[in-house]
Design a protein around this ligand. Structure first.
Ligand SMILES: [Zn+2]
Length: 366
């Protein structure tokens, strides 16, 4: 994580970042600027859909406001460390199997079905990337975009909804629509609702099948894992599975405990998915390179082992600080990164295992 000294940024850079003028009135800024900005370079940076900062942010309170912001490492990492400039993002296309492709740019991996019926995408990253995503899709096929499937509500997977929702039907689990249509609170920030045209128009509770491009594309909901609205998408004929953020290939995952997520739920869900998908399936993770059953098993092994270590420590009466001091075995060192470090992963698991049943119930009902 960044220290405060490393987070030096000028007022000019802040204004550019938010594309707001110091002289604009708050009312004008609201009118001229989108309600929210999706910012950040990798995955969860998108979670931080930050509203145009209030005028006082630019005034004398700037320094104080910024130091307060610096105490929220995720926000800082998400919004500033990457110095994200969407104009520099390139969309990389990879053939996965059959008629399924994966697009990587900034945010969650996009799955694509291309064929005679047109185009279907799974997740859509950020609104400012929509034109680049459209251009990448056009290279894969001339057909029209017909469907957008959302694996869950996080902004790095649904930020493009207001763009693509005007031309295609968005489909997601019912809880995704619920969360996208109301203000959400996670990672110490609030996230504004999406406009109506960015919301899923078809929702389901357990599963749904889209018959498209000569194959069954199944969306299957798994409860209380990364969030409470996760879906896995199975391209039956192409033998490809898009896992959404139930799978971070080779990395410690973020688990959104404020959105109904649960560490043990992720483990249960990954076990269930492994038991149901073909052994030779290709797997698109929410983040990271295209993987397979072996990659998913390795991920499950990490979840089992690290969770067992932390559970044992809790049973021995250790605090979260003691657990962090103990750390995790060397073999998992490379699984931590700037976003979910080893310490952050220990915190998430500790919080998930120690919060009371009433906390879980509360979050699950939100
Ligand atoms: Zn997510």
């Amino acid at each position: 994580m960044l220290s405060r000294q490393e987070i030096r940024i000028s007022k000019h850079e802040i204004r550019n970042k938010f594309k707001c003028s110091e002289n604009q009135s708050t009312k004008t800024r609201r009118r001229r600027s989108p309600a929210v900005f999706d910012i950040g370079a990798f995955g969860f940076r998108s979670l931080f859909r930050i509203s145009c900062p209030p005028r006082r942010f630019f005034d004398f309170g700037f320094r104080a406001s910024f130091l307060i912001a610096a105490s929220l490492p995720f926000v800082i990492c998400g919004s500033l460390a990457g110095q994200q400039d969407f104009s520099r993002v390139e969309i990389k296309s990879t053939h996965v199997a059959g008629n399924v492709y994966m697009l990587e740019g900034s945010g969650g991996n996009i799955g694509v079905s291309v064929g005679s019926d047109g185009i279907l995408i799974v997740d859509d990253q950020f609104a400012p990337l929509a034109e680049k995503i459209r251009a990448a899709l056009k290279k894969l096929g001339e057909g029209k975009l017909k469907f957008v499937l959302n694996t869950h509500w996080h902004g790095d997977h649904t930020g493009g909804n207001p763009e693509f929702g005007r031309e295609a039907a968005i489909i997601a689990h019912a809880n995704v629509r619920k969360r996208l249509s109301t203000t959400q609170h996670t990672l110490g920030r609030s996230h504004d609702p999406l406009p109506k045209h960015g919301l899923p128009v078809v929702t389901f509770d357990e599963s749904l099948t889209v018959h498209f491009n000569d194959e069954e594309i199944r969306m299957v909901h798994y409860p209380h894992g990364h969030t409470d609205g996760d879906s896995v998408i199975i391209f039956a004929k192409s033998n490809v599975v898009h896992m959404g953020d139930l799978f971070f290939a080779g990395k410690f995952p973020f688990i959104d405990l404020n959105s109904g997520g649960d560490v043990e739920g992720v483990i249960r869900n990954v076990e269930a998915i492994l038991a149901h998908i073909p052994k030779d399936a290709r797997i698109i993770p929410g983040h990271g390179p295209v993987s397979d059953i072996d990659g998913l098993k390795e991920y499950l092994g990490m979840l089992h082992e690290t969770t067992a270590i932390i559970r044992k420590g809790i049973a021995a009466g250790k605090t979260v600080d003691q657990l962090k001091k103990d750390g995790l075995p060397e073999k998992w060192k490379s699984w931590g990164d700037w976003f979910i470090s080893t310490d952050k992963w220990i915190e998430i698991v500790h919080q998930s295992l120690t919060r009371g049943a009433s906390d879980k119930d509360h979050e699950h009902k939100r």
